[in-house]
Design a protein around this ligand. Structure first.
Ligand code: NDP
Length: 433
């Protein structure tokens, strides 16, 4: 904390990982003696830059851009870009740190990184977003490349932004390479990438439930968020037999006891970029409540937080438990506070941590990189099958690592340990670098 002052989210992420690693480090003291742990918490490189842009009225603005290239021990840096006013160095460091273990868990050769800007795309015109993205990439392009660092989307960065960013990279470098993932299907994107994080979240949850002889079938599902992850988690949870009854945005949440009308949510959020409150105009029998935190008061069997960090606290966890929730899996990054996670683990609620449960997005991004390198595209079914296998692999390695250290069913510890070992052993092999 002394070396990284005023970065509470980064401290929270590091503390959780280091606590889980205690038994591993006890068994293998070389990880400490040879400096692996000390290096692991220090990014290889942080790039911080100004992003000047002009709005439609001719006013000038300057935002701050970031790319944290955290760890490249097992492959090129890989991780999304977040455009949100809350972005500062500590948020990007927490996300980049988590990304190292998540990417390792996928079994694919990708290192950890993350980036973004404190820019708010909300209420901006397409032309303003384009000018911002072009200015952002004009600087970022100096530090990334298909074998160096391959950014993707995250909060506030979807298909539209990736298009503007990729177009600018291509123009600056005079090369058509897979330097970003989440691209449109006409210019190198992969089928299933849009759906991957939400679908993968449900595949992971399904594996977790099956271990206890349960399934989505007939379950009531509470979901938060209404962005990329939430929309496709809703789609897959419904396909698997669950009934999703809530979705939210940063203003409030909707509760539709008949099950969410997903085509309407897609239209409102993906096409019209409107607020979730508009949902009740078409469905007056559904409820809209101001304040997104209340979403966890709705009784459910499965909860999937898919909005943002620390959106589900201890009080919300206790309400979920009291209402009979049996499984929680994190679609967003670190949506549950440490106290909430402890409450779930102690009460026997099955808990899928973000590093494992939402890794389907980055895994499919790595599949997009492979297809770009081969200059070839797989079908939707082929990519979806690979995604299912990867999520099963992540579930199995997390479960096995937890069991190996006597923490059966604790996927938090299991995911941290399994993700850590591959990275740490590679770092040991390199010596002090
Ligand atoms: P989007 O920008 O598409 O959607 C974000 C959703 O969360 C919106 O509904 C947004 O509401 C809500 N939200 C954002 N910030 C807040 C906040 N401070 N309080 C309450 N609600 C908020 O992002 P994604 O769906 O891509 O990302 C959601 C989460 O999933 C993030 O934690 C991200 O890091 C994680 N993730 C995303 C992956 C991906 O492939 N996209 C991969 C792995 C993890 P509003 O519109 O009002 O802001």
């Amino acid at each position: 904390e002394r070396r990284n002052p005023a970065e509470p989210e980064f401290h929270q992420a590091v503390r959780e990982v280091l606590e889980s690693l205690e038994p591993v480090v006890e068994a293998h003291p070389a990880y400490v003696k040879e400096g692996v742990l000390e290096s692991l918490v220090e990014p290889e490189r942080i790039i911080k830059f100004r992003v000047p842009w002009e709005d439609d009225q001719g006013n000038y603005h300057v935002n701050r851009g970031f790319r944290v290239q955290f760890n490249s021990a097992i492959g090129p840096y890989k991780g999304g870009l977040r455009f949100h006013p809350s972005v500062y160095e500590g948020i990007i460091k927490f996300l980049g740190f988590e990304q190292i273990f998540k990417n390792s868990l996928t079994g694919l050769p990708i290192g950890g990184g993350k980036g973004g800007a404190d820019f708010d795309p909300k209420g901006k015109s397409d032309a303003e977003v384009m000018r911002f993205c072009q200015s952002f990439m004009t600087e970022l392009c100096k530090y990334i490349g298909p074998d160096t660092d391959v950014p993707a989307g995250d909060i506030g960065v979807g298909g539209r932004e990736i298009g503007y960013l990729f177009g600018q990279y291509k123009r600056m470098s005079n090369e058509f390479t897979g330097v970003l993932t989440g691209k449109g299907l006409t210019y190198g994107g992969s089928l299933v990438r849009t759906e991957a994080t939400g679908y993968g979240l449900c595949y992971f949850t399904q594996n977790m439930l099956e271990a206890k002889g349960k399934s989505f079938d007939g379950a009531t599902v509470c979901l938060s968020g209404s962005g990329n992850v939430a929309i496709y988690a809703c789609e897959k949870a419904t396909q698997l037999g669950g009934k999703v009854v809530t979705m939210s945005d940063s203003s409030g949440y909707i509760y539709d006891k008949n099950g969410i009308d997903l085509p309407l949510v897609k239209q409102l959020k993906e096409v019209e970029r409107k607020r979730i409150s508009e949902y009740v105009k078409a469905h007056p029998e559904a409820e809209y409540h101001e304040g997104c935190a209340g979403v966890w008061n709705v009784p459910c069997t499965i909860a999937l937080p898919c909005a943002t960090q620390n959106e589900l606290n201890e009080a919300a966890a206790k309400t979920l438990i009291a209402n009979g929730c049996i499984a929680v899996a994190e679609g967003a990054n670190m949506p549950c506070t440490p106290e909430a996670v402890t409450a779930f683990l102690l009460s026997g609620v099955q808990f899928g941590p973000a590093k494992a449960a939402n890794a389907g997005g980055v895994a499919t991004s790595a599949l997009e990189m492979s297809q770009n390198s081969m200059r070839y595209s797989w079908t939707f079914e082929e990519v979806d099958e690979k995604l299912k296998d990867i999520m099963k692999g992540i579930y199995t390695s997390s479960a096995e690592a937890a069991a190996e250290f006597g923490m059966e069913g604790n996927y938090v510890a299991g995911a941290n340990i399994a993700g850590f070992r591959k990275v740490a052993d590679s770092m040991l092999a390199y010596g002090l670098v």
